[in-house]
Structure formats: structure tokens, C-alpha cells
Design a protein around this ligand. Structure first.
Ligand code: AMP
Length: 319
């Protein structure tokens, strides 16, 4: 038979009562520790068979030990990587990975599309005036200038670099640093310029100096738009380099290194220019003229490729 509403209410209230009472009881009970074997309630017989409660502090030690060992190992790994120079102030995104992790050249498809990222290679013998022309182009066209030689020298001087000694030897000998290192440095610098300065048009100066570099870069980073080639005979370049050597402080601006660099350029870098020329992707400029004359030629040729300066020039008129 269904109970009247009042009796249901009373039953429910009664159902709540033991809970609150048992809470009070248990809080009182907390004031003293129950002994092993002591009954847990008024109706429960004492137990003489059970083991001690599992609150022994001894069981916490394995966890504490694992935590301490883990923290110690983590700190050791971080310290070791710091020593290797992998944590730099620029942030982990642009760090130079260890040699076995240089991944830039291992990709089978380009990282960026040439529709989004424009790359203009700048080539010419040592002393052809690539750097001078690049700085003019940067201020008028807003390109991001990346010099392979500068990036290599920076890496060579970076404390903790595992490539420093190797780079130093190649530069002194005027030979080509292995492409894995050079391409990784370029890719890191491009990423940085994209993320920090929102750049997407790059002048890559002194690169590619060897066919394998050209192929690897276009396959795994981005295909180039064209190559700007500064053409000058060795006697003109030699005179400029010896003059620069008086103040540059560069280890390779001396007659022995210069001769080796000329040979490397003819034997190793000219085939790159020839290959791009066969694809109609070379702008060749006579680099024996004065810097301003060379620059005028460069600007005229860039215009033919649809590339215009971004800065406004104020011209004085008679009116
Ligand atoms: P640069 O500052 O362009 O005259 O280059 C100086 C030296 O850096 C060269 O003689 C090479 O030893 C090295 N170097 C520059 N660019 C490259 C590159 N693209 N690949 C390999 N080594 C390079």
C-alpha cells in the first residue's frame, strides 16, 4: 500500500540522520588512532587476522625515489644540451640541430611554395661586389638579405657549435662547406625572418656555390625565381679583395686563400650559373663598373622581371 506523503518525508529525513551522526562520530574518532584488531564499529567483532593498515610511510619511498631520479636525469639532459649550444636565446625554433639531425636537405618536397616565398640567388666570384649590391637592393626593394658566408661565420663563432672548427677549416681553405650545414643555416634564418619580420622575399648571397647545394635547396626548401650573377675578371676582383683585406679582418682575405677561392669559384660554382642559364634563370650583370653603375643595370634588369622598388623617391623639379 502506498505511504502518505508525510510518512515518506519522515522516512527520508530519518535516512539522512545516520549519515550526519556517523560523520560526527568519525570526526571524533579521528582524535585517536585505532589499533590493529580493534573493532571498526559497535557491531563488528575484533579482528585478529588482518595485517596492519596500508598507511605505512615506507610505501611512499619508491614514488619519491622515482620522482627525484627523473628530475635529476631531466636536469642532466638540459645541462648537456646547453653545453652543446642547442638552447639559444633566439628560442628552440631556430636552434642549430646536432649534425645527425640536420633535416633540411632530407626532405623530398619543398618546405615552401615559390608562390609564397621568393628566393633570388646572388652569385659572383669573390670580390665581385655581391654584398655591396645586396645592401642597396635591401633598402630599395625591402628584400631580406641572407649571406651564406655571414651565416657560416656566425655559426663558426657561436660558443658550443659542433660545426665551428669544421667551418673554420673550410673557410680558410676557400672550399665549400658541406651543404647540410649551409642549407640548415639558411632555412633557420628564413624561418626567423618570416616569423619575426614577416619577410617572404629573400636575396640569398653566395649561394648555391655548388650544384649539389642548388639541387638540394630547390628540392627541399623552395625553388628559386632566378639568379643574379655579378661577372668580373679575376684581376679586378683580386685588387678589390686585397684592398678590403687591409681592414676586413677576414681570415680568407689574403693572397693564398684568395687564389684558392678563385679556383673553387671557377671549378665548382660556375657550373651552377651555367645550369641556371640553361633554364633561362640568370640575370648577368657586368660587375667591373662602379657600384652605382652596376646598380643601375641591376635595377633595369629587375624591372624586366617585374620587380620594382618599394621606396618612394623624391625628385627635385624646376617647377
Ligand atoms: P663569402 O663571405 O661569400 O666570400 O664566403 C666566404 C667563405 O665561406 C667561402 O670561401 C666558403 O668557404 C664559405 N662559403 C660561403 N658560402 C658558401 C656556400 N654557399 N657553401 C659552402 N661554403 C660557403
Amino acid at each position: 500500500m502506498p505511504l502518505p506523503a508525510r510518512s515518506i518525508l519522515l522516512r527520508n529525513t530519518a535516512a539522512l540522520r545516520p549519515t550526519s551522526r556517523s560523520f560526527n562520530t568519525s570526526s571524533k574518532a579521528l582524535s585517536r588512532l585505532r589499533q590493529p584488531g580493534e573493532p571498526t564499529g559497535p557491531n563488528e567483532p575484533p579482528s585478529h587476522t588482518s595485517s596492519p593498515p596500508s598507511k605505512s610511510p615506507l610505501k611512499v619511498w619508491p614514488i619519491v625515489f622515482i620522482f627525484c631520479a627523473g628530475s635529476f636525469m631531466f636536469k642532466k639532459i638540459v645541462d648537456q644540451r646547453k653545453e652543446e649550444g642547442q638552447y639559444q636565446s633566439r628560442g628552440p625554433c631556430f636552434k642549430m640541430p646536432a649534425i645527425e639531425n640536420l633535416g633540411a636537405t632530407t626532405r623530398t618536397s619543398p618546405l615552401w611554395s615559390p608562390d609564397k616565398v621568393t628566393v633570388i640567388f646572388v652569385l659572383g666570384g669573390p670580390g665581385a661586389g655581391k654584398g655591396t649590391q645586396c645592401s642597396k637592393l635591401v633598402s630599395d626593394y625591402g628584400f631580406k638579405h641572407l649571406s651564406a658566408g655571414d651565416l657560416l661565420r656566425e655559426e663558426q663563432d657561436r660558443p658550443g657549435s659542433e660545426f665551428g672548427e669544421m667551418i673554420k677549416t673550410y673557410i680558410k681553405e676557400g672550399t665549400i662547406v658541406p651543404m647540410e650545414v649551409t642549407i640548415q643555416l639558411l632555412e633557420n634564418a628564413m624561418k626567423k625572418a618570416m616569423e619575426e619580420d614577416n619577410k617572404s622575399t629573400f636575396l640569398i648571397d653566395g649561394f648555391p656555390r655548388k650544384l649539389d647545394q642548388a639541387h638540394a635547396f630547390e628540392r627541399s626548401v623552395v625553388p628559386s625565381k632566378f639568379t643574379l650573377f655579378f661577372d668580373a675578371p679575376e684581376d679586378v676582383m683580386l685588387e678589390r679583395l686585397l684592398d678590403r683585406g687591409k681592414t676586413s679582418g677576414r681570415a680568407d682575405d689574403n693572397i693564398e686563400s684568395i687564389k684558392k677561392r678563385f679556383r673553387t669559384f671557377v671549378e665548382t660554382s660556375m657550373p651552377v650559373v651555367d645550369e641556371f642559364e640553361s633554364q633561362n634563370k640568370v640575370i648577368k650583370v657586368n660587375a667591373t663598373q662602379t657600384p652605382d653603375e652596376v646598380y643601375q643595370d641591376v635595377q633595369a634588369r629587375l624591372k624586366e622581371w617585374g620587380i620594382e622598388p618599394i621606396t618612394l623617391k623624391f625628385v627635385k623639379t624646376d617647377a
